[in-house]
Write a protein that binds this ligand. Structure first.
Ligand code: NAG
Ligand code: NAG
Ligand code: NAG
Ligand code: NAG
Ligand code: NAG
Ligand code: NAG
Ligand code: NAG
Ligand code: NAG
Ligand code: NAG
Length: 448
């Protein structure tokens, strides 16, 4: 009962009704219905987590999920809490994020770091940045703070900028003994670009804008971004001075560059970043099936060759679409339409498994495709949550409500950060309930 009491009313509503639901019917015009679907998908997502059990490692999901995907999953659960108000997983999110920081508080934990790439580190950086931007519960003062962790990840990555080949850019790998140390890839550079863009806006520090520009300029200059169509390719090898470009196109590269551009547009108001945001938005049409408009991973989905990592990429695109829609409001209509069409595919797909609500990999016209996993659950959850962006505040900054502190203390937040955490939690709970009451209007009276 204790657990139930902490749940928002809308969740009580879905608990009462879940037994009657056939599968997942998602009414995109009904917030309760969206929250219900997210609740179901989050529950499925957490069935892949056992890091909280004795003998297991907090923060890590079961095999075969790599460390980066765990980082992404915790980020998606911050979104889940932010949009639904359901705090069920918050303690696990927080303890996981803090367990994995590593001895230098920069997400290079010794168990993982020998195989860690720049892209892997970036995903944990995104998630702690998300914690800062959503004003997620701050760690105790003697623990590393969300913003400081994100800055540390940025500092590591920026320090690895490599002029020895290809005129700059980040290598995929951090350590020479790892396969891939000879490859410069778009996702690692996308990671640096987006972290820079978000830190610029959050901290109001233009040094980060320069880094974002440098990364964009390089990605374009080396040809990983093809500005004729705004397509982002996978990467290339340093032996060829990055001329042997692998032309795979992944949803997450486009998504991260699009959202990063939207952050920079929102922060600088420069028409150039608006144009880039719009151009990438136009280009992502290729990731929506031409007949149904449903999102798909074109490089591997039709051929059924998506690996474990690739099955999670659509979650990143959906998350980035939501951010873009809020930060560059002129994109909202197009993005909302893409998400709504994709929901119809999710309804067809997420009818599998023993619970009859397990999501498959492919959402285009097939029903459940007999696959399941962390990436599938996370992707479906991000699509439905991001239908709600317009009803919630944009990512906070240090001056608009974010209370996380950085390595360089940011202005305007120091006093708030000192308020006792118990008081904060109770306060936040009440605020959440009030917000949900306002959001739901009178409908919960009917439900209860
Ligand atoms: C671990 O987390 C899962 C998913 O939230 C939960 O069902 C389970 O009860 C937790 N186990 C422990 C030992 O805390
Ligand atoms: C590292 O791995 C060991 C052995 O599996 C585990 O006990 C420990 O908690 C892990 N530490 C981190 C930070 O993951
Ligand atoms: C490598 O490519 C960069 C552009 O990406 C170019 O500026 C540089 O001159 C090239 N170096 C060599 C040795 O070809
Ligand atoms: C801005 O960010 C850069 C890079 O982290 C840092 O070196 C610099 O001190 C920051 N400037 C201010 C005014 O906070
Ligand atoms: C990026 O390229 C633009 C256009 O060429 C140039 O004006 C700008 O100075 C470059 N920025 C950085 C940081 O390299
Ligand atoms: C930045 O985002 C906020 C929140 O959506 C929005 O109100 C504002 O208009 C955006 N700024 C620009 C320049 O579009
Ligand atoms: C799933 O659907 C099957 C077939 O309709 C049904 O027999 C089973 O009870 C359902 N399982 C759950 C958990 O609802
Ligand atoms: C952010 O969190 C701080 C500390 O918990 C709190 O004082 C502040 O009101 C929160 N801001 C918003 C916008 O919720
Ligand atoms: C904080 O704001 C004050 C007054 O606006 C300013 O003098 C100071 O330089 C700022 N500090 C930082 C770290 O930005």
């Amino acid at each position: 009962m204790r657990a139930l009491r902490s749940l928002p009313l809308s969740i009580l509503f879905v608990l009462a009704n879940i037994n009657h639901a056939r599968a997942i019917d998602i009414d995109v015009d009904d917030k309760d219905s969206i929250i219900h679907a997210a609740w179901v998908f989050a529950h499925g997502l957490m069935t892949y987590y056992n890091g909280n059990q004795t003998g297991n490692t907090p923060g890590m999901f079961v095999n075969p999920y790599y460390w980066w995907e765990a980082g992404a999953a915790w980020g998606s659960l911050i979104d889940y809490w932010f949009y639904t108000g359901d705090e069920t997983y918050n303690e696990q999110v927080k303890s996981s994020l803090l367990f994995q920081v590593g001895s230098d508080n920069d997400y290079m934990p010794s168990n993982v770091s020998t195989s860690e790439g720049n892209d892997d580190q970036a995903f944990w950086g995104f998630t702690v940045m998300n914690a800062a931007e959503r004003n997620f519960t701050n760690p105790d003062p003697d623990q590393p703070q969300w913003l400081a962790l994100a800055e540390a990840v940025f500092n590591d990555m920026a320090s690895r900028w490599d002029m020895s080949t290809c005129n700059g850019g980040l290598l995929w790998q951090i350590f020479q003994f790892n396969g891939g140390y000879d490859y410069k890839n778009t996702i690692s550079n996308a990671g640096l670009f987006m972290l820079a863009a978000r830190l610029a806006r959050y901290t109001d520090n233009s040094t980060y804008v320069e880094w974002a520009e440098r990364t964009w300029n390089w990605t374009e200059g080396v040809g990983f971004l093809d500005t004729q169509y705004y397509y982002f390719y996978d990467g290339a090898h340093v032996e060829s001075n990055c001329t042997d470009i692998e032309k795979y196109q992944w949803t997450y590269n486009a998504g991260i560059f699009m959202a990063g551009s939207a952050y920079l547009y929102n922060y600088t108001e420069a028409p150039l970043w608006a144009q880039r945001t719009q151009s990438i938005l136009d280009s992502i049409d290729i990731f929506f099936d031409s007949a149904t408009g449903i999102m798909y991973e074109r490089a591997c989905e039709n051929s059924h060759t998506c690996d474990t990592d690739e099955k999670a990429f659509k979650s990143v695109l959906a998350w980035c679409m939501g951010l873009t829609a809020v930060l560059a409001p002129f994109t909202y209509g197009t993005i909302y339409e893409h998400l709504v069409k994709t929901v119809s595919g999710i309804e067809q797909s997420c009818v599998g498994g023993l619970d009859n609500v397990t999501c498959g990999t492919t959402w285009v016209n097939v029903g459940w495709d007999n696959t399941y996993g962390l990436g599938q659950q996370m992707s479906a959850m991000e699509v439905v949550l991001n239908l709600l962006v317009q009803d919630f505040p944009a990512p906070y900054t240090a001056s608009t409500g974010g209370s996380s502190t950085g390595i360089v203390p940011s202005n305007g937040s120091d006093e708030e950060a000192k308020v006792s955490t118990t008081g904060d939690r109770a306060g936040a709970g009440i605020l959440t309930s009030i917000a949900l009451l306002m959001m739901l209007g009178a409908s919960w009276w009917i439900a209860i």
